[in-house]
Design a protein around this ligand. Sequence first.
Ligand SMILES: O=C(O)CCC(=O)C(=O)O
Ligand SMILES: [Fe+2]
Length: 228
Amino acid sequence: MAEATSYSKVESHCCCPRLSLHKHYSANGLSCCYGTVYSRKDADLILAECESSLVYAVGAEKKVKVYGKWHEIPRKQSAYGDPGMVYRFSGVSLRAKPWLPFLIEIRDRVSELCQCQFNFVLINRYKDGEDSMGEHQDDEKDLDLTAPIASLSFGRARDFVFRHESVKLKKKPPLPKTDKIKIELGHGSMLVMNPPTNNHWYHSLPARKNLLGVRVNMTFRKINTRSK
Ligand SMILES: O=C(O)CCC(=O)C(=O)O
Ligand SMILES: [Fe+2]
């Protein structure tokens, strides 16, 4: 059946003082800022550093549980953070590796821009358009849900799609005017998902056939320290 509503978005300039050149997206509980934070040259250097020094998960840490079944994730994943940080999601416990110097530099820049002291970063590597991430919400109980999540992208630009929760709820509230928002996340960009976005919207990174080029995404998060 055809979708009732096509992609659309509500844009204005960002209201956050440090992100004044960013676009702001707001709709029915969604509040996000998007813009470029690294020059092409710096973003190229960061991507090269990612490719040479990041270590990705293997074995059990590379699987997720969806509707009771274990699946190998269609991408590579890793986590870095403060000592003892663990992020639990979809049946997986991902233990943070100690911060690398180049990740500390990025973390401090992003923490300053967002005025939030991030203590953890989840990193996903998509080898090409075949790799993807399914629809989900970043609302795990280990996260400080009052903090934003800052998503940095390097490499191949990819579409990131938000869908309002009403598309999943059995008892549907009236559909908001805008129930899908698509943002192309470019090389050196930052998307900030402010609360309560993750309470009301799902997001995904859909597969794209025949699309070449590596993409690395870093989501800086604040994990409750009592979850250590
Ligand atoms: O790669 C992306 O942009 C999506 C990342 C994401 O949603 C996540 O890490 O939870
Ligand atoms: Fe996510």
